[in-house]
Write a protein that binds this ligand. Structure first.
Ligand code: PLP
Length: 306
């Protein structure tokens, strides 16, 4: 996996600072205990310049994640939206991956984060393919022995830094087994999602995915795919998904900001169809890429120009 490409500047605590100056002290609470929240967003080139995809939904989810951990963001929604645009402009990026991050910073070693200052940063780097195989060829996945975190311990739908040790262990196991990513089950034994993406099943022409009660992050790409599928006239079902759904699927694909719409070509050595991305995955994917690049007027309100 290649390293990210450093950019010139980062937005940090209200100011644009050089990349090298965006530093955090080793005693930061979030580094000790994982007490940060984050977003992943993409900007895409369009005929009228770079546009951030569903910026408002991402920043809204950042505020919701922060609330879950009682992190009071010292900026307004509007300020963080404008800062996201600013960091794209300042780095002269077109296709970019953005990482808004807010966390409890350095104050004490108490687990109780009282009086920890809150640091907020928005990082942007050139966008690139996230997962091996990617949208063009499709990913190979394995069903993980690592179960998704569940509501009784940590709220799975919250994008908190510490929650991602769960995904890290799953993806490490998947790569060790020779696959590109993991399919994680939830505590009930149903299929939850990938290490950083939601899962869709296609069977008999119906597009199926699970809901928030399946221990998933309620993806913004998932929401976009559901709208696209309905607009294409495809029947949609939202319900728990079992391993039987995986075994009897005609097609499977991941959705997520990082993976975009990535077909799954193989699960634990079993090919989906002939191993090439299926026709419904391809139709949804094509519409998704047309939407993010501003080629479909009906989805124009998903784009915020930098
Ligand atoms: C665990 C997990 N599930 C699903 C998603 C997909 O969410 P989104 O489409 O909003 O990027 C992500 C990525 O943010 C994720 O980390």
């Amino acid at each position: 996996m290649p390293a990210f490409t450093k950019c010139d500047v980062i937005w940090m605590n209200g100011a644009i600072v050089p990349w090298a100056d965006a530093q955090v002290h080793v005693t930061a609470h979030a580094l000790q205990y994982g007490t940060g929240v984050f977003e992943g967003m993409r900007a895409y080139d369009t005929a009228t310049g770079a546009a951030i995809f569903r910026l408002d939904a991402h920043i809204r989810r950042l505020f919701a994640s922060a609330r879950a951990y009682e992190i009071e963001l010292p900026y307004t929604f509007e300020h963080l939206c404008e800062a996201s645009r600013e960091v794209i402009r300042a780095n002269k990026l077109e296709n970019a991956y953005l990482r808004p991050l807010a966390f409890f910073d350095s104050h004490s070693f108490s687990v109780w984060p009282k009086d920890c200052p809150v640091t907020v940063a928005i990082i942007a780097v050139p966008g690139r393919q996230y997962i091996q195989g990617g949208p063009d060829h499709g990913a190979r996945v394995t069903v993980s022995t690592v179960r998704r975190i569940e509501l009784q311990t940590l709220p799975p739908y919250v994008k908190a830094c510490g929650h991602y040790t769960n995904s890290v262990r799953a993806v490490q196991e998947a790569i060790r087994r020779g696959y590109d990513d993991a399919l994680m089950l939830n505590a009930e034994g149903d299929v939850a999602e990938g290490s950083g993406a939601n899962l869709f099943v296609v069977r008999n022409g119906t597009v199926i995915t699970n809901d928030i009660d399946a221990s998933i992050v309620l993806g913004i790409t998932r929401d976009s795919v559901l709208r696209i599928a309905r607009d294409l006239g495809l029947p949609v079902e939202i319900r728990p998904m079992s391993l039987t759904d995986i075994e009897t699927a005609d097609e499977l694909f991941f959705s997520g900001t990082a993976v975009e719409v990535t077909p799954i070509r193989e699960v634990d050595g079993r090919l989906l169809g002939d191993g090439n991305p299926g026709p419904i995955s391809r139709r949804i994917q094509a519409a998704f890429f047309d939407a993010v690049h501003g080629r479909l007027p009906q989805y124009e309100d998903w784009l915020t120009y930098a």
